[in-house]
Design a protein around this ligand. Structure first.
Ligand code: GRF
Length: 203
């Protein structure tokens, strides 16, 4: 895809967002990041967007009477940038069907576990509690079911005996910062072919 455009949605500190922006700047991702959209007026990602000269739009969940009204504004905000792809980089809300269906195969999320293991919150702690010897991250297309869409890329790390949630999360985060730019790069080079649940990556 030539002249591809994407928006990033994030709720928190934005380290994945920052990495993605850096990989656009150095040419690894052949597309333009048009905006950061956040539901959280205090998200660290906002400053990172400003520093990078990328428009930041806050659609504050708490400023709306209900989820429907919030998402109506969100849909309008996203549409204003006409993105080819929506990248969920630590966006901490479950998106409704209206949004998910309009961007089917055009929305990616990153999750800090090897899905389908440990969906939802505190995935790293879930891995520790379960006692797995490996953990990792998953980039997947977003479908109506949370953390359950077709897998694009997974990267694996060991779980060490003295790990706590923070130590494991840090090790996984380093892999997230590789996996997400790779997935976005493949998308904009038209390398991702979905066959049922499986995503084939063309050479
Ligand atoms: C990451 O661990 C991501 O997998 C999860 O939320 C965290 C976001 O971190 N969905 P950051 O805001 O990108 O630093």
């Amino acid at each position: 895809m030539i002249n591809g455009k994407f928006v990033v949605m994030a709720s928190g500190r934005g380290s994945n967002f920052q990495t993605i922006v850096d990989r656009v700047t150095d040419g690894y991702i052949p597309a333009t990041c048009k905006a950061l959209i956040t539901d959280n007026p205090y998200a660290g990602a906002i400053k990172k967007a400003e520093d990078a000269g990328i428009p930041a739009r806050v659609v504050d969940y708490h400023a709306f009477p209900d989820k429907y009204a919030y998402e109506t504004q969100l849909i309008e905000t996203i549409a204003g940038f006409s993105p080819d792809l929506i990248v969920l980089a630590g966006y901490m809300r479950i998106l409704g069907d209206r949004i998910v269906d309009s961007y089917s195969d055009r929305m990616m999320n990153i999750h800090p576990s090897l899905l389908p293991a440990f969906p939802g919150l505190h995935a790293q702690q879930q891995a520790l509690d379960y006692g797995t010897r490996i953990a990792g991250c998953t980039v997947h297309f977003v479908t109506r079911d949370m953390d359950a869409g077709p897998v694009i890329i997974q990267r694996v790390v060991p779980v060490l005996d003295d790990d706590d949630e923070d130590a494991l999360a840090d090790r996984i985060l380093k892999e997230e910062h590789q996996a997400f730019p790779d997935a976005i790069r493949f998308f904009f080079y038209d390398k991702l072919v979905k066959e049922g649940r499986r995503v084939r990556i063309l050479p």
